[in-house]
Write a protein that binds this ligand. Sequence first.
Ligand code: FAD
Length: 453
Amino acid sequence: MAKEKNRLEADVVIAGSGPGGCAIALDLSKRGKKVIMLEKGMDNKLLFGNPLGMITHSDFRVRLPMPVRKTIEGEDLILGNGVGGGTLMYAGSAFLPDLPYWEEVGIEIPQDIIEETVKDTWATLPPDEFIGQGTRRVWTVAKELGYPFEKCMRHVDFEKCVPGCEICCEGCPPKRDAKWTGAVMAHEAEEHGTTILTNVKVNHITIDNGKATGVKARGILGKRGEDYEVYAPMVICAAGGVGTAMILKNSGFPRAGNWFAGDPTTFIFGFLPPGQRGNGGEHNMTVGFYDEEHHIVFCAMLSPYIAWHLQYVGSEGVKALSKLTKWRRGLGLFAKVSDHGVGRVFADGKVSNTFTDADWDRIEYGRSVGREILVKAGCDPYDIHTTPLTLGHPSATVRVGELIDSNLESKDVKNLFCCDTSITPGAPGRPPALTITALGRRLARYLTENKRV
Ligand SMILES: Cc1cc2nc3c(=O)[nH]c(=O)nc-3n(C[C@H](O)[C@H](O)[C@H](O)COP(=O)(O)OP(=O)(O)OC[C@H]3O[C@@H](n4cnc5c(N)ncnc54)[C@H](O)[C@@H]3O)c2cc1C
């Protein structure tokens, strides 16, 4: 009986609700298609605006100081979990797609789609009052040193946000609701008829005669033990760099996850003299620059209060304890470097990621630029700190050109598409949420214009 109840049909089934999936659900349901989207996480704002918000909306692991996943080699790997995916607790930084990067693999992203996505994801430059004193100091000094920092777009409605708010990564507090997430599109899609099933984890895609025919999934948490079969002539994976690789592996694609890339990130911070304020407690990532030559994104940012303490103690242990009162004087920035993609996702879900010598050169270059800026900004040169790497933007696990073609369709199975960071040809380099959302819209347009759905 229970099995009967969970047998569903749709025109399109979407596995995972990363921002690409949310955009597709919205655009296809607006065009009258019946869409079902399955998400293993929840759809709520539980503990948003609290440091625990990151834990309730990421793949939680019992481990200190950061209770998130790690790669086998030990880098933190934070994976979003819930309707909207990683955008629920992303930092909200908006970078336009790197068009030449995508054109190299045959993907053109039409300008009208980019413009529409910028508008619909609330991407905008921060007003002056959101650029704090410490951030301005980093900005001025960086420019003096020849690093062309400038204002960076943010997925933030600045009419709702308040200057000094620094907690995007904890989930924007529900009363403020100033940060765009994929859930905004998902909820609009629901208004147009999309069905979203939460706490349902897709296991594999059903394939018949070389064509995708649906997915099989199992409920978790409150739905534990319930099985779901969704029949649909079109299947789209939007389960993220790791999630999509796992679904494809379980569906008879052994090569899924044979590649892995990311954007390892180091935070660099120092301390200004007593009496001076750093950039702790200032709106994050309002200024920065993308260093094309070295493939590094630099942005001014000191982690929010609790996260900074965990980061500092996590990287330096007891040595950090005597300095924990200095957060107000802390001045920081981060360097996000794109790696060369030497890694993989294993069948048990574990992730391995290693770096080439060239990756290490760039990571160390990023750290040295950070140090140079902080020292010139007035930080004590004997007290500059760099954190271990957090592996941002886990991606490139199914790769356009390898398992996926430039329409984002599987090369081996018809009517199976992927639209998330798993498809990137290498490390994304720039923060990818806007690009993935735009690719979702591009895919929805392709499917309807070519009468594929
Ligand atoms: C802390 C942090 C800060 C970030 N800051 C920025 C930023 O400032 N700017 C930016 O552009 N990007 C940022 N990102 C990255 C950004 O969030 C992601 O690139 C973006 O969400 C796109 O990811 P995705 O499409 O790969 O899917 P994801 O966002 O990872 O979503 C995948 C979804 O699928 C679900 N899922 C996985 N497996 C299954 C399954 N088997 N069945 C059902 N559901 C499943 C997951 O629970 C998740 O909700 C940040 C990420 C993190 C973690």
